[in-house]
Design a protein around this ligand. Structure first.
Ligand SMILES: [Zn+2]
Length: 268
């Protein structure tokens, strides 16, 4: 049995950190921790994440019904947490926020599907963009559900971001990494060039990731990013390595030989 008082304190600390780092403002966002299969401690609705206390946390079952008396209700965004816990028995913590860079990507219609930072490939994988769904309705849960199995964080169009993990600390770290990566991607795009890690190097990162148990091997092909071999593109860009966008490397001698052979063909 988990120490629930401690969990309440950890949720408040994480919420305060989200608030202090500008990942959410006012009553935005929500955090929950599953302490038993059908018992979850969550942030209440309508309270600023910067000013919460452990006593304010609500205890609910998977459907969002209160298990302990409280003046405060669970967030109206509870269905987002429910669908994640139902889809992923390995997940015990969910952090949802509206981080400015990640949400900017979600508003611009962009996913985080390019391998631009080696450590992000290792720890987070790609982050797809789920279609817009009205918060607190089935539209939203239907939009995110298909991505839950193989991704540990999602962008939600015109809304925000959500990350989840087996512990609250890891879920927060994933959300923070997502925001930081979107910020770096934004800066690289502003500078005019967003180079990606070569496919061969991505393969190596996948191997390290699987050896460290950071992600299940199935996620390698199950993810929707453009750098996942065997996966479908997410519509934003075609898969790198496909067709006319494929990058190949030639030595100077090979290039000279190729050009010489081509020139001979034209002389005939
Ligand atoms: Zn939200």
């Amino acid at each position: 049995m988990m120490d629930e008082q401690r969990v309440r304190k950890e949720i408040v600390e994480t919420a305060t950190r989200c608030y202090d780092r500008g990942l959410l403002v006012a009553g935005d966002g929500n955090i929950s921790v599953r302490v038993a299969p059908n018992r979850i401690i969550a942030t209440p609705s309508g309270v600023s994440k910067g000013w919460m206390t452990p006593e304010m946390m609500v205890v609910v079952d998977i459907e969002g019904n209160r298990l302990e008396p409280s003046d405060l209700g669970v967030s109206s965004e509870w269905p987002m947490h429910r669908v994640i816990y139902q889809a992923r028995p390995d997940i015990n913590a969910v952090v949802h926020a509206h981080p400015p860079h990640a949400t900017g990507f979600a508003v611009a219609g962009l996913s985080l599907s390019k391998a631009i930072l080696s450590e992000v490939v290792l720890t987070l994988g790609c982050v797809p963009l789920a279609a817009y769904g009205t918060p607190s309705t089935r539209e939203l849960t239907d939009a995110i559900e298909p991505y839950l199995e193989f991704h540990d964080a999602l962008l939600m169009a015109n809304h925000g971001a959500v990350a989840y993990a087996d512990t609250l600390e890891k879920a927060f770290n994933k959300l923070e990494t997502l925001e930081h990566t979107c910020k770096i991607s934004f800066i690289a795009r502003s500078l005019g060039n967003e180079n990606t890690i070569p496919d061969r190097a991505v393969e190596k990162l996948f191997e390290i990731r699987e050896r460290n148990g950071a992600m299940r091997p199935e996620a390698r092909v199950g993810q929707v990013c453009s750098y996942t071999p065997g996966a479908n593109g997410d519509g934003e860009t075609g898969r790198r390595g496909d067709g006319e966008n494929e990058q190949i490397t030639l030595t100077r001698a090979e290039l000279v030989e190729l050009l010489t052979e081509s020139a001979k063909l034209f002389q005939r």
